[in-house]
Design a protein around this ligand. Structure first.
Ligand code: SF4
Length: 366
């Protein structure tokens, strides 16, 4: 059975290798020789695939005009999965790249049927968390979709002329008018930076969870169709694996009990982590004898994505687990302490930014 990626769904992905084959996503290994690729997400293959990232890197390395853009839908509360996007933006910004973050409020309003005021408020929250995570506002821009001007909206109208319902269904599966609007708006998000009015960046990289690949496929096709008319180029993209929920399903804003949110009180977050699914054996005796199975374990995933700062530390956790030297209780307590430290630090910065976040973005006026 073929896989359908649903950017609005809540399904955990089990086989990333298969996505490479099925959708023609390129393995990240083929670009890892570039000197700028020195972030743990690359070395640990958390970012596992790309489209045209090599071309973007060539442009970056030869001094071309490059930018990074991604978008977040302001529904629910930001969690450790959302933080992966912040982390990627922060990394590229440290390399001197301009980054732009869309608050997909039109999408939240139409697809999730969220209340207008709450969408705007949550958008501010997502921005405050991005700043707290370390994104420097001096070389970044945040915007709400509904605050954009006519040239951005003109793109959506133009795109709608050159895509058929059958193509949309082939990419997205089930569709509603709201989802069609949201998909075309996302294409405008990704491509508007190439317009002169928005800086004329011709090499745009989109770092996203792999469930967002349908938007990239649509957008790349649209860029081809408007190459002559608007001088658009295909965007590049990199894909990270999705941090699973604490029960092994997708970590989703709509399943708060299985996610660690960036504003969870540290005691609650620790408690959630201590109850997470692990790769431990049925008994302590069995685990000492056979070792644990970190590849099944959510706690090990948290070490990999956020908690282990260097490779030696991650290797030690892995070796302690598979050798049976350390049992899950001890391993989880160590992870919980690290999680607490991360949240305490982040929340201090977040509450500072939360008080003055409005100066970093223009709020929608309707
Ligand atoms: S020892 Fe740690 S890494 Fe291994 S299964 Fe248990 S919690 Fe997971």
């Amino acid at each position: 059975m073929s896989i359908v990626l649903d950017p609005w769904g809540h399904i955990a992905i089990e086989n990333y290798e298969r996505l490479l084959v099925e959708f023609g996503i390129r393995p990240i290994d083929e670009v890892l020789n570039s000197y700028i690729i020195n972030h743990k997400y690359f070395t640990r293959r958390v970012i596992f695939g790309h489209r045209d990232f090599n071309q973007w890197l060539n442009a970056y390395q030869s001094g071309g005009k490059v930018a990074v853009l991604t978008g977040l839908m302001p529904s629910g509360d930001p969690h450790l999965g959302t933080a992966m996007v912040y982390e990627e933006l922060r990394f590229f910004q440290e390399k001197g790249v301009f980054v732009k973050m869309a608050i997909a409020d039109a999408e939240a309003y139409a697809v999730r049927r969220e209340d207008r005021d709450s969408v705007v408020k949550k958008g501010l929250d997502f921005i405050a968390h991005a700043l707290a995570w370390g994104i420097n506002p001096d070389n970044a821009e945040f915007y709400y979709q509904t605050s954009m001007d006519s040239s951005y909206y003109r793109l959506i109208q133009l795109f709608s002329r050159k895509v058929s319902e059958a193509e949309m269904k082939a990419i997205y599966g089930d569709l509603s008018p709201a989802k069609i609007m949201a998909a075309l708006t996302q294409a405008a998000d990704i491509l508007h930076l190439q317009l002169d009015e928005y800086g004329g960046f011709k090499y745009v990289l989109v770092p996203v969870g792999v469930d967002q690949d349908p938007h990239l496929r649509l957008t790349r096709d649209l860029a081809d169709r408007f190459e002559n008319e608007l001088a658009l180029k295909r965007p590049a993209s990199i894909y990270h694996k999705l941090l699973r929920g604490l029960d092994g399903g997708k970590m989703s804003k709509s399943r708060p009990e299985y996610a660690i949110h960036l504003t969870d009180p540290p005691d609650l977050a620790e408690k959630k982590l201590m109850n997470a699914l692990t790769g431990g054996r049925a008994t302590a005796e069995e685990q000492r004898r056979l070792g644990g199975e970190p590849w099944k374990c959510i706690v090990f995933e948290l070490y990999t994505y956020h908690l282990a700062s260097d490779e030696n530390e991650l290797r030690e956790v892995y070796n302690d687990c598979v050798s049976g030297r350390v049992l899950c209780g001890q391993c989880k307590r160590r992870a919980a302490e690290k999680l607490r430290a991360l949240l305490v630090e982040h929340q201090k910065r977040y509450y500072d930014f939360r008080n003055n976040v409005e100066k970093y973005v223009e709020k929608p006026s309707f």
